[in-house]
Write a protein that binds this ligand. Structure first.
Ligand code: LLP
Length: 413
């Protein structure tokens, strides 16, 4: 299943994207439910036959309709805020298969998660261990805890999305983590049940992940020897996807197999937290060309999607393939695709070769299903884009385009 031209029109599953643009306008995010299921099932199948839980990382795309597709598949969820837990529960997910990650959980978020009975907390500092213990005690509960180890493995990815090195803010340094475990185990309202790690995102090679898993498993052996009841390892997410034609990424099956071999011999339950690799390729951002302009010999196409809709190019210099929705034989042109926001950093693509563009042309920005809408803002008082879910031959609005009234909701004079 993928996005492809059918009778000259870009389509996904049984739906032609021009129909969506006509019905919903642009910019609009489109997600394929079929592709999301396919990716989730690849994880599920790769871990079958051993104790496991696939916890989709909600931050990648937290639309309720997307979460509901995954909840119906039986997915667990990796959350980093009370708001994400609220969404998961609304979408039909079960708290018992939720892991709560993140470096700065607030006491009220912890309380909410404890009351709903999440599977476990991935704790990242001594201070957090103490707050978790206090809040669990106040609620009269025992919270299950994994500490997030920082294994000091280089994930070889963009510096902003690398998390497993000593200099990053994440996790507890592997060289001192045993003392942190002893501290957690001494808390009366905590039960230490796991080890977690997540070293980075958009990894195009699974060897750093494998190295991290080896270090995690070695740590588990030491912790078990000291009497701690460790029953699971949480290996995080991070598998990369193909943003550029020709880019090579390991398949989900291959990446999981490499890690599985190491965990399986321990008898531990394997938790994984994939985000991007489940939703990125299932999504495109539909946009229209507003104006063409030539400045100092450089061609610009001003499109109606901007950095507030998709910040990845501005923030990470990320590359997203862009194709016309109507297959075109127009002569090629080199063009910068920029949005209407008043910042020179507001660009979606630079020096891109595309068939000659005209006002009104519809474009698809690919691989936009992860960290697209979720990182969108209202900068320049632009309402956030609509979101549409395609499933088989039908599509429906999963989130309405924001109106000007939505923009000022909650404000007062
Ligand atoms: N688990 C934890 C603890 C994480 O921090 C993350 C992502 C994931 C799982 C999911 O990782 P994934 O499978 O999606 O790589 N905004 C950036 C990506 C930030 C990733 C943050 N953490 C981007 O657009 O590339």
């Amino acid at each position: 299943m993928h996005y492809e031209y059918r009778q000259g029109r870009l389509s996904v599953e049984g739906v032609d994207l021009t129909e969506i643009a006509e019905a919903c306008g642009t910019p609009t995010y489109v997600y394929s439910a079929g592709m999301i299921r396919e990716r989730y099932r690849a994880y599920d199948a790769a871990l079958a036959g051993m104790p496991n839980q696939v916890c989709y990382a909600v931050k990648a795309n937290s639309n309720l309709a997307v979460l509901a597709v995954l909840a119906q598949e039986g997915a667990g969820f990796d959350i980093v805020s009370g708001g994400e837990l609220f969404r998961v529960l609304k979408a039909g997910g079960h708290a018992a298969s939720v892991v709560f990650s993140g470096v700065g959980k607030k006491p009220d978020e912890i309380r909410y998660a404890i009351e709903h009975g999440v599977h476990s907390f991935n704790c990242e500092s001594y201070a957090e261990i103490e707050v978790l213990n206090r809040v669990a005690g106040e609620a009269g509960k025992i919270a299950h805890v994994a500490l997030r180890v920082n294994p000091d493995v280089n994930p070889v990815t963009h510096e902003y999305i690398s998390t497993g090195l000593k200099e990053n803010k994440f996790g507890i340094d592997i060289s001192v983590i045993e003392a942190a475990y002893a501290h957690a185990a001494a808390q009366p309202h905590l039960k230490v049940t796991g080890v977690s790690c997540h070293i980075g995102s958009q990894m195009l090679d699974s060897s750093p992940m494998v190295e991290a898993v080896e270090r995690v498993v070695a740590l588990v052996r030491k912790l078990q020897a000291s009497g701690l009841p460790i029953d699971h390892v949480d290996l995080g997410g991070g598998l990369g996807v193909k943003y550029r034609e020709g880019e090579q990424t390991p398949s989900i099956a291959a990446a999981v197999q490499a890690m599985r071999q190491i965990v399986e011999q321990t008898g531990l339950k394997a938790v994984v937290e994939p985000g991007r690799s489940i939703v990125a390729e299932a999504g495109v951002l539909l946009t229209s060309v507003l104006y063409r302009k030539n400045n100092g010999g450089k061609e610009f196409a001003i499109i109606d999607a901007a950095m507030n809709d998709l910040i990845r190019p501005s923030l990470y210099k990320a590359f997203h393939e862009i194709t016309p929705v109507l297959e075109s034989t127009a002569p090629p042109m080199e063009v910068d695709l920029v949005g209407p926001v008043c910042e020179s950093g507001d660009w979606i693509a630079k020096s891109r070769t595309l068939p000659t563009l005209n006002s009104g042309d519809l474009l698809a920005i690919h691989t936009a299903g992860a960290y697209g809408f979720g990182m969108a803002s209202n900068y320049n008082s632009r309402g956030r884009a609509a979101e549409v879910l395609v499933d088989g031959d039908t599509f429906r609005v999963a989130r309405q385009r924001e109106s000007w009234d939505d923009l000022v909701r909650g404000e007062s004079l």
